[in-house]
Design a protein around this ligand. Sequence first.
Ligand code: URA
Length: 184
Amino acid sequence: MYETWEELENSIQNCKKCKLFQNRTNIVFGTGNKEADLMFIGEGPGADEDLQGEPFVGKAGKLMNMAFLALGIKREEVYIANIVKCRPPSNRNPEEDEAVACLNYLRNQVILVKPKIIVLLGSVALKNILGKEYGITASRGKWIEKKGIWYMPTWHPAALLRDDTKKIDFIKDLKLVLNKISDI
Ligand code: URA
């Protein structure tokens, strides 16, 4: 574990801990307020994120930005990161070995940010952070507390692009988050 952002960010620069390094343009480390109370964890970079080096800047990210705007969440006030920092080919899910290889970076980010609440965006984030026994359909919208951090699983923004009804759930879940953050 690194105690400073500089050390952590330096440690990832030439990462070859898994095969995803082979096709990456940029490592997508994370973005936002490094002292945020609220953190969002997605799955992994897509094509746009790989090109720009920033999480959630493509189609799904734009939809998430619209939800943020509607709810008064400022992107620069929260911290946003992913389970894996390099793009899986053809946007497939990260494989087990890739997620395991990358997770210590994310754990270190969580330790440095010290968020009160973490929103888990989709099944990959949920299972890798809280355990394989959790399913997104049953877990979304329900608080789970572990080691002093409150987790709110919700749909991945890409799922909202495919199914409009999930947008309502997503907004509902983020409203729960906003209500709680003012209480803790
Ligand atoms: N999907 C993710 O899970 N993360 C991103 O950064 C972009 C799309």
